[in-house]
Design a protein around this ligand. Structure first.
Ligand code: ATP
Ligand code: MG
Length: 288
């Protein structure tokens, strides 16, 4: 296993925004046919990491390797051309435009030459319908606006588009966070399918129940640093859950909530009797 070449790799990558160190010396490898789950609290650097991989940010230090070749992307368009497709949480889709138009946005198939050249909508409609059917979503009319699809189906259009245009690396920033159980499972199933097709997938989620079934490995970020990469066979669901939420943080939350309840009780008693302002220390504790 150690002899394999990663499809995409970060070597000692740092990213600074002025004095903010958003990423600090991150090394990570993602292999073809595998899903890497990126875990970490809000502000840990997950989005910055994937933006660095997808050409939005240039690393301050370190290097990126795509299929073992050092790579620098001038812009997201270059990363996309190199086969790195990113689906951002706030999807780059236009709700009023049709499924087909969203699917092909910027890469419309054409027929004819010279002044006779035009977009081949018939072909485009057929491909969009076929590609959605492949992932189990029956689109009766690919001309219907994307806005009429559910959140999960919209995520699937974005992923289907990436796969259709030959992505080697698929990056998903919290694709399931706004979805119900059923819709999330549609997206998770599709992630598993992308993996089976040999894509290297990077999947960001805050939900251990979404992460665990599809992940082959987990990388944990904390305050811009990496706490390591763990293979799924070496870690339990509980351990992943602990890393995500931070066991210590949950404990201190327990204490805070108890304090909150206590001061709330005091407050109610005070309201029933004479006015008492909550003490500065209990307000502080409730804020953390
Ligand atoms: N363009 C920027 N300019 C300055 N600071 C930034 C910029 N982008 C991110 N940061 C900072 O870098 C840190 C990491 O942010 P990032 O968005 O990567 O976190 P995240 O792990 O994706 O969090 P979340 O789970 O909330 O999405 C934060 O402290 C953030 O304020
Ligand atoms: Mg983020």
């Amino acid at each position: 296993m150690s002899e394999r070449t990663p499809m995409i790799e970060m070597r000692n990558v740092s990213k600074h925004f002025g004095s903010v160190i958003a990423l600090n010396d991150i090394s990570m490898q993602v292999y073809a046919g595998e899903v890497m789950c990126l875990l970490g609290d809000n502000g840990a650097g997950k989005s910055t990491l994937i933006k660095t991989l997808s050409g939005v940010h240039r690393p301050t230090h370190g290097e990126l390797l795509l299929d073992d070749r050092p790579t620098r992307f001038k812009s997201p368009a270059y990363a996309l051309d190199a086969g790195i497709a990113t689906v951002f949480q706030d999807l780059a889709m236009i709700p009023l435009m049709s499924i087909t138009r969203n699917f092909f946005m910027g890469r419309e198939p054409t027929v004819g030459w010279g002044p006779m050249k035009r977009i081949d909508w018939k072909h485009a409609d057929r491909v969009a319908k076929e590609e959605m059917a492949k992932i189990g979503i029956d689109v009766r009319d690919p001309g219907q606006p994307v806005g009429t699809l559910s959140g999960g189906e919209r995520q699937c259009v974005a992923i289907a588009r990436a796969v259709y245009f030959g992505a080697k690396v698929l990056i998903l920033d919290e694709p399931t966070s706004a979805l119900g159980v059923k819709q999330a499972s549609v997206v998770l199933r599709y992630i598993a399918k992308a993996r089976a097709n040999g894509l290297a997938v990077i999947f960001i989620t805050h939900n251990v129940h979404h992460a665990f079934p599809v992940a082959d490995a987990f990388t944990l970020l904390s305050r811009g640093g990496s706490l390591g990469t763990f293979r799924k066979e070496d870690i339990t669901r509980e351990e992943v859950l602990n890393m995500m939420a931070g066991g210590a943080e949950l404990e201190s939350l327990d204490a805070e909530l108890a304090e909150f309840q206590r001061s709330d009780g005091e407050h109610k008693r005070a309201a029933a009797g004479d006015e008492v302002a909550p003490s500065a220390s209990s307000t502080q504790a409730a804020r953390g």
